[in-house]
Design a binder for this molecule. Structure first.
Ligand SMILES: Cc1ncc(COP(=O)(O)O)c(C=O)c1O
Length: 398
């Protein structure tokens, strides 16, 4: 526990519970998208039938509700990674999958190669196993570090930067990792939320294709229904070679026996009926909100601030001028301007780059995003000592 620290984001969420804050921080789905009616109907159907109620209210198998595993095996096959039921394990959200892979592969002092910056939830999970960290570079010609137990990466619209790996970068990463025997753990949290540009196959799918069989591939993949259906279902999954899945199932048995059968059955019904529709609604809403935020950034950020331009997902990453601390920005923006943003430093497991901030466009309406970015721009101008921008110049890009 000495290595485990409170998550800034979760602490912040508690603090904000009752205030009128413009939310440009947390990466939660917009509540208007939750398929509440479909979930209520599915729940009524499942519990209305004595046989399915008996299954739903009992313990599920530790590896997951078999029909949901089968559906997800088809889903993974449909995105180019042919999987069978034995290649899928259901977890309590994909966060649990990250935790279990850490538990399986890490002993105290072992090294994990991660992107810098990286998803904070994964870092906290690996911290619990006393991991050390090195950088996992994504660029095609960058050498991979040796000696790490595995490499953890997001390929699409990463949390926190919003950036993605190109096809060439994915291919190169798989080849280089295979050459040094480095297993990869790909976090597929946002893969269904691409609203611009051509889809690129996941690292997992490419690795399965290269190996010719999922059983021979050196990549594990986590997926989730949190960002497309609802986080509270807590339905995620790990896909990978069956020998690894079997080990993870033993860990699941020790950790919590099983994910809720009722939740899995609801998730299956709702996903089968409307996952594609829900993802399309999310893409449409988040694209509009991203556009509004990018436009506001162009209009209100002082010179010297750069930002990413995501093709999907929920996040934009700001790089501030040297010497401006993202933690101070986030503190002042919250307390003085009622705008919530997340300091970037916490997303680095080592050598934090302090002049960074994570923005999310998932929660704020277009109007609120514009107002929030206007206030943030004014705050940054004051901190930098730069004149406030009033025009709308084209956005800087990274
Ligand atoms: C990159 C990434 N992975 C995993 C998760 C965990 O999601 P869940 O446990 O709800 O599936 C999140 C949540 O924000 C995330 O951003």
């Amino acid at each position: 526990m000495g290595k485990v620290v409170a998550s800034d984001i979760r602490e912040r969420m508690k603090l904000l519970a009752n205030r009128q804050i413009i939310q440009l921080g947390g990466g939660l789905p917009d509540a208007s998208l939750y398929p509440a009616a479909e979930i209520a109907e599915a729940c009524a159907r499942i519990l209305g039938d004595p046989a399915s109620a008996a299954t739903a209210l009992n313990y599920a198998p530790s590896e997951g509700h078999p029909p949901l595993r089968a559906w997800l095996a088809d889903y993974m096959t449909g995105i180019g990674a042919p999987c069978g039921v034995d290649n899928i394990m259901i977890t309590n959200g994909s966060q649990q999958g990250l935790d279990f892979v850490g538990r399986l592969l890490l002993s105290p002092g072992d090294t994990v190669a991660v992107e810098m910056p990286s998803f904070i939830g994964a870092l906290r999970a690996f911290d619990a196993y006393e991991a050390r960290y090195v950088a996992l570079p994504g660029e095609v010609d960058a050498a991979l570090p040796t000696g790490a137990k595995f490499g953890y990466l997001g390929s699409d619209f990463r949390n926190p930067t919003g950036t993605s790996l190109s096809l060439a970068e994915r291919e190169a990463l798989i080849d280089k990792a295979a050459a040094i025997g480095l297993p990869l753990l790909e976090d597929g949290c946002y893969e269904k939320l691409r609203f611009e540009g051509a889809a690129v196959a996941s690292v997992f799918a490419l690795a399965v294709q290269k190996a010719g069989d999922v059983e021979a591939c050196g990549v594990l993949h986590t997926g989730t229904l949190s960002k497309t259906l609802a986080p509270s279902l807590r339905v995620g999954w790990v896909a990978g070679p069956s020998a690894v899945i079997r080990k993870l199932v033993l860990i699941k048995q020790a950790a919590d026996l099983a994910t809720s059968a009722l939740n899995q059955m609801i998730a299956l019904e709702v996903a089968a009926r409307c996952l594609d529709r829900q993802a399309a609604l999310g893409r449409d809403l988040y694209r509009r909100r991203r556009d509004a935020m990018l436009e506001a950034l162009g209009a209100f950020m002082p010179p010297g601030v750069a930002w990413t331009r995501p093709e999907g997902g929920l996040y934009i990453w700001l790089t501030l001028p040297e010497g401006i601390d993202g933690a101070e920005v986030s503190e002042q923006a919250l307390m003085e301007d009622a705008v919530s943003v997340i300091s970037g430093a916490a997303f680095y497991p080592v050598d934090p780059v302090r002049n960074t901030v994570r923005l999310s466009y998932s929660l704020a309406s277009e109007e609120a995003a514009r107002e929030g970015i206007r206030r943030l721009g004014a705050r940054l101008s004051a901190m930098i000592g730069a004149p406030q921008r009033r025009n709308s110049a084209p956005p800087a890009r990274r």
